[in-house]
Design a protein around this ligand. Structure first.
Ligand SMILES: Nc1nc2c(ncn2[C@@H]2O[C@H](COP(=O)(O)OP(=O)(O)OP(=O)(O)O)[C@@H](O)[C@H]2O)c(=O)[nH]1
Length: 355
């Protein structure tokens, strides 16, 4: 059986998955570095026992980082991607390796730059500069130690050139890190804007702009979905139709703007009378449709009475105290013999005419 990558990389959390993938990429560079050190051994620039020691340290560090990532303990760190920690370990390891080598440090330095590039992608300019400073420090300490303890393994001219080159590259890396972190911020802001725009587009599609409750197509879609559920689970489903009476007169006598205000207040009051699982929508101009899942006709008549009272018994602020709103409510329940949802709506509407 072929081993699946899913065992190595988690798939249940996309962020953890990305972190582990990034870690595996860095681990590959580490493996290449260890292989390259084998070449140094062949060239007589590194002792076999030192190579074994370095390989063991690399393996232990990477196993520890992988265990942190896979156990989820990395989430407890301020930077759960562990980039800073990984780069810190790289600097230390590089310092030790440079110290142990008897020459040819320039080759490993190139590989080290590849690992620094991970920092460019993940760190901001300040963090990268701190890291670069630490790398320079480790490198300089290693060179100083070689110069002091094994002067025969130290070519001052070449080593100083390498140190100067690394010192020049660190600020350049800091510049790129700053640029990349700005791009990351920009991308994150764009993502937030996009998400907001998506939510607004969704609201525009399903909400009535005046009252903020479901619009006609959304409440019908809700009814359709609830009919199917009721059918499947053998549960009752009730529909209430509400029509405000003489609304045309309200508009005419008090203005269209006040009519709008009344519609908004009616929607607010109706919302306060129904459960979270119920559907409430504006069916037409001054008509509302309420869908009550898992409710019998008897329960629906109690709710309908509550809805009617909420509209008729309290005055509406923009209207004079003597002017009360009136409404009619009709009830129906979904029957399995109904060929479509419109039959239930129609029965509730006809019921308003007999009210
Ligand atoms: N202010 C306002 N009025 C609206 C809106 N939508 C529809 N209307 C008005 O609602 C009124 C509905 O008229 P009708 O269907 O005759 O209803 P009614 O006057 O209540 O008559 P009955 O229902 O028969 O009592 C019309 O005057 C529409 O202009 C709206 O969004 N805002």
């Amino acid at each position: 059986m072929r081993p699946s990558l899913g065992v190595v990389v988690p798939h249940d959390d996309p962020r953890q998955s990305l972190r582990v993938r990034r870690f595996l990429l860095a681990a590959t560079v580490y493996t290449l570095a260890v292989a390259l050190m084998g070449f140094y051994v062949r060239q007589g620039l590194l002792a076999v026992s030192e190579w074994h020691f370095l390989s063991l340290v690399v393996l232990t560090v990477n196993a520890g980082l992988y265990a942190l990532l896979r156990s989820g303990r990395n989430e407890r760190f301020a930077d759960p991607s562990l980039t800073g920690l990984q780069m810190f370990m790289v600097c230390l390891l590089m310092g030790v390796t440079m110290y142990l080598l008897d020459g040819g440090r320039g080759g490993l330095l190139l590989l080290f730059l590849v690992l620094l590039m991970f920092g460019v992608l993940r760190l901001n300019a300040r963090q990268f500069t701190a890291l670069g400073g630490f790398a320079l420090f480790c490198y300089a300490v290693a060179l100083g130690a070689v110069w002091h303890q094994r002067p025969d393994a130290f070519d001052a001219q070449v080593e100083l050139l390498h140190l100067a080159a690394l010192s020049t590259l660190v600020p350049c890396g800091g510049f790129f890190a700053s640029h990349v972190s700005q791009l990351r911020r920009l991308l994150r802001d764009r993502q937030i804007d996009l998400q907001r725009a998506r939510e607004e587009a969704h609201d525009l599609k399903v909400l009535d702009p005046l009252t903020g409750i479901s619009n006609r197509s959304a409440i019908i879609a809700f009814l359709d979905q609830e009919c199917q559920r009721a059918e499947r689970l053998g549960q009752p489903l009730a529909v209430i139709f509400m029509d405000l009476i003489h609304f045309k007169r309200i508009n005419r006598e008090y203005s269209h703007a006040i009519g709008d205000e009344i519609l908004r207040e009616v929607a607010r009051r109706l919302r306060g009378c129904v459960r979270d699982i119920d559907g409430l929508g504006r069916y037409g101009g001054e008509e509302f449709l309420i869908v009550l899942p898992d409710a019998t006709e008897e329960e629906a008549s109690r709710v309908a009475e509550k809805l009617r009272t909420s509209v008729e018994s309290r005055r509406f602020a923009p209207l004079p105290a003597r002017q009360r709103m009136r409404c009619v409510v009709g009830i129906s329940s979904y029957q399995s013999s109904d060929t479509d949802i419109w039959q239930a709506i129609e029965r509730a509407r006809i019921d308003t005419e007999s009210a």
